[in-house]
Each structure stands twice: as structure tokens, then as C-alpha cells.
Design a protein around this ligand. Structure first.
Ligand code: SF4
Length: 462
């Protein structure tokens, strides 16, 4: 069966009276971003309510769910490589089911079927809440593909679903899905659709519920949080992201609030003042630059110039001294010349970001940038990328060194993977600090920074 359009409510028996898969096991592998991580938490929550138990290895699972990404070419390669491995696992484990959801399935549902006909369920980004019904369909009728084109109804945002969170003390909360921008390199508008905002009351209700469960840190998620609320009408008024930040900040038990991502063309003073005046909002901003060349920014359809970006950055740092700022940069966008790239190096040097997520351009089929004729040779892209990484690593290390001797409030994430006698913690500015000792995950510590490494800090309890 294959469905592309949105079924009617009568077709959506998503709420069960009793669990049907008690005693069986599932494994979820997530590719991609925080949005996908959070969708996987919702899928896990649904499977748990159906009586299933999560396991750590696909080999031990009755159901394997792959929540896919399509933001870069190697994400597709990873998916099909992994599906190849799963084929033999499935052959040796009769009755095992494989479900593929997320962005790659949303965009290329037929391709998933074509390249991996051993997959039982293909579902998209708009109907994750249907996963149990689709599994029932497989039991009765065989393989199923159901991908909805677009969610247009605020009630379709699956905020009511049970969630099996990865962390007891930290949680993601979706505030918008989709994106109305048209960045020419980005597949998100195609796979996540037009932007829809959740109502403020639903968001606040979810955060209050999380606080009651012991969550102390939340991250508000949206592709462009600054356009939050533009599609809502609350008695003739559109809610603003700045107001939402303040309302979430008024929930006492939530001691740290982050959000991602703002858009440089849309972020305004009201949001930065809301950050500055709401104690629990972390002094951290992720502001994606993408390129320092105005010519490339225009080709990317980003809606700002480098000068405008730097002015927004100065505005934010002026209102919040000590603000920690990270960014995203793409190297080798089609048509990027050496001169364009040197503009990126120069803007990055001027901005002195605390941290940067740097990517080599990879064309995504379906996006305008993939069709551009002046693709940059990958050897050139790699050489530029290495230069940018070297510069940014130096700047990040200098920021880390400047933190030595200072005090910071850190949130304990848990024991370090490398050395369990050391705790991994995180500052409000999103720096990792290793602290000797054993501490309860979710507790806050007051530490003094004693040593800087290129990508982390060390500290002692004050
Ligand atoms: S703002 Fe641009 S990069 Fe971000 S999700 Fe929307 S289209 Fe993609």
C-alpha cells in the first residue's frame, strides 16, 4: 500500500486501548539533527506504550527503526550501507521488521523501496505518530509505504505523543516544524514542509509537565525560531518568540533554557532582551553565518549581507556581554571563488565565534544549488575547509584559554565516557567541562576552570 495524501481522521486510529507487542524488542538508529533525535524519542515513546522494550543492538531486535536524514550526501550513503547490513540480519532473524522514516523517506520513498525491498514500513516526517498503525498493517497485509505531503493543521503536530527521552534531566521541546525560507542548499523545506507553530499554551503545558518529571534543562526547537507564531492567530494577536522565552523562563524548576536556531535576517533586539532579562535562558546563541561573501549569501538566498550579520552579532553581544556564540558555515558552495572564501575567513576572524560547525558543500538532489553549473572541485573545497577548520580551532582554543581561572555554573550530564571517575558537565555557554568526581546527572555545580584543551575545559568544585 502506498499513500501520499493526508488521510482523514477516520483513517487514523492512533490511540490504542491496550498494548499489542508486549515482550517484543525494538532498536532505533537516528541519523541527522536534533529534530530527528526528538522524533526518535517520540517513536520510542509510542513503541514503549505498545509493550515493546528497547535494546542496544539491531541483532537483538524484533523491530529496527531507522530515522533518516538527507541533509548531506553521505547521510544517504550511510543509510543504504546500513540497510544492506540489516538485510542479512533480517534473513537470520525470521519475523524481524524494518521501518524507515524521517527525511530521506519523506523525500525518496520510492527510492527506499527500490534499493531495499526488504524494508517493511516506509513513513515520512509528518506521520511519525502513525508508526504503530503501520506496523499493524504489515502484520495483516504486508509492506506499507505511507508518506504525507504536508502537515497544515496545528492539531497534527504530535505534541500529545508519549516520549521516551534520552535524558532524565534535559529535554527538547518542538515549537515549530517546517520552514518558509528558501535557502538554495537546503532540503528542509522539501522534507519538513511549510512552517507551522505550536500554540504557546501547548508548549508551556509540555514544559510544565517536563518540570514535574524532574527536567531542569530544555532546548526549544525550530528551523527558524524567530518566525515563531506568524501563522497563529490568538484573538487577533500573533505570539512572539520573545514572549514565549519569557513565559518558559517563568517556570521555576526549569533552570536552563536553550533554543535553536534563530535566523540572522530575522533575529531582533526583543529576543536578545528576553534572553538577557530571563535568568534561566543560557547566554548562548547559535547564529548560522553560512558564508562571509555577499555574493555567495545572495546565491544561497540567505537574506542578509556579511555586514548585516556582523551588526546583528554586535547587537547581541552589546546586550549580553560574554555571550557565547556558535555558527554554521558551508565551504565550497557553487561559484565560490578563492576571494569569496577569503571573505568567509575574514568574517570568521572578525566574529571570533566560540565554536563553529563547518561543512563541505554537498549537493542535495531537489535543491536549487544542486542544479547550479559552477560546482567547485572537491579537492579545492577540501583544501579551503582545512584552512577554515585550522583558523576556527585556534579561535576556539583561545576562547577556552581565556576561561581558565574563571568560575562557571555547570550542569552535570553524567560520567565521562573515557574516565567514569570524571563527570562531563556543560556551561551555559555550551562548553564541556570535565570535573573530577561522581555527581548526579542533572545537578548544577559551581566550578573554577583550571585547564583549557582545544575542545573542552577542566574544572574543580569551588
Ligand atoms: S532557514 Fe534556510 S537553512 Fe534553515 S531550515 Fe530554512 S531553508 Fe533550511
Amino acid at each position: 500500500m502506498s499513500i501520499m495524501s493526508q488521510p482523514t481522521l477516520l483513517d487514523m486510529p492512533t490511540m490504542r486501548r491496550s498494548p499489542r507487542r508486549v515482550g517484543s524488542t525494538y532498536f532505533i538508529r537516528t541519523f541527522g539533527c536534533q529534530m530527528n533525535d526528538h522524533d526518535s524519542e517520540r517513536i520510542a515513546g509510542l513503541l514503549d506504550t505498545d509493550g515493546m522494550t528497547r535494546v542496544d543492538r539491531a541483532e537483538d531486535a524484533d523491530l529496527v527503526v531507522l530515522n533518516t536524514c538527507t541533509i548531506r550526501d553521505n547521510a544517504d550513503q550511510k543509510l543504504y550501507g546500513y540497510l544492506g547490513l540489516l538485510k542479512s540480519t533480517k534473513e537470520s532473524r525470521p519475523g524481524m521488521r524494518i521501518a524507515v522514516g524521517g527525511c530521506a523517506a519523506q523525500k525518496d520513498k520510492d527510492l527506499v523501496r527500490e534499493r531495499a525491498d526488504w524494508v517493511d514500513v516506509v513513513f515520512g516526517t509528518h506521520n511519525t505518530h502513525r508508526v504503530l498503525d503501520l506496523l499493524d498493517h504489515v502484520d495483516e497485509w504486508g509492506p506499507v509505504t505511507e508518506v504525507w505531503e504536508q502537515t497544515t493543521n496545528h492539531d497534527d503536530i504530535p505534541s500529545h505523543l508519549p516520549v521516551q527521552r534520552e535524558s532524565d534531566h534535559s529535554a527538547w521541546v518542538t515549537i515549530t516544524i517546517g520552514c518558509n525560507n528558501g535557502c538554495t542548499f537546503c532540503i528542509v523545506p522539501i522534507v519538513r514542509g511549510r512552517e507551522i507553530s505550536r500554540r504557546p499554551g501547548d508548549i508551556i503545558g509540555e514544559v510544565e509537565g517536563l518540570a514535574e518529571q524532574g527536567v531542569v534543562e530544555i532546548t526549544l526547537l525550530g528551523q527558524n525560531v524567530n518566525s515563531y507564531g506568524r501563522d497563529l492567530d490568538l484573538n487577533g494577536r500573533k505570539p512572539l518568540f520573545a514572549d514565549l522565552l519569557r513565559r518558559v523562563g517563568s517556570i521555576d524548576a526549569i533552570r536552563r533554557i536553550r533554543y535553536t536556531s534563530p535566523h540572522p535576517k530575522d533575529i531582533k533586539e526583543d529576543v536578545v532582551y528576553a534572553m538577557a532579562e530571563t535568568t534561566s535562558v543560557a547566554d548562548q546563541l547559535h547564529l548560522p553565518l553560512q558564508s562571509g561573501s555577499d555574493r555567495i549569501l545572495a546565491a544561497m538566498h540567505r537574506g542578509y549581507t556579511a555586514e548585516r550579520f556582523l551588526a546583528k552579532l554586535a547587537m547581541a553581544r552589546g546586550i549580553i556581554p560574554g555571550l557565547s556564540v556558535s555558527t554554521d558555515v558551508i565551504v565550497g558552495f557553487p561559484g565560490e571563488t578563492e576571494e569569496d572564501f577569503e571573505r568567509t575567513l575574514a568574517v570568521m576572524a572578525e566574529a571570533r565565534f566560540d565554536n563553529a560547525f563547518m561543512f563541505q558543500f554537498s549537493p542535495r538532489p531537489g535543491t536549487p544549488a544542486a542544479e547550479m553549473s559552477d560546482q567547485v572541485d572537491h579537492v579545492v573545497v577540501k583544501e579551503r575547509f582545512d584552512r577554515l577548520v585550522e583558523q576556527q580551532n585556534r579561535i576556539t582554543f583561545e576562547h577556552n584559554q581565556a576561561a581558565v581561572g574563571k568560575r562557571a555554573e555547570v550542569l552535570v550530564e553524567g560520567p565521562s565516557r573515557r574516565d567514569p571517575s570524571v563527570a562531563t558537565t556543560r556551561t551555559g555557554g555550551n562548553r564541556i567541562v570535565h570535573v573530577a568526581g561522581t555527581f548526579r546527572p542533572g545537578s548544577f555545580l559551581d566550578v573554577r576552570i583550571t585547564r583549557a584543551a582545544p575542545h573542552y575545559l577542566e574544572g574543580v568544585l569551588v
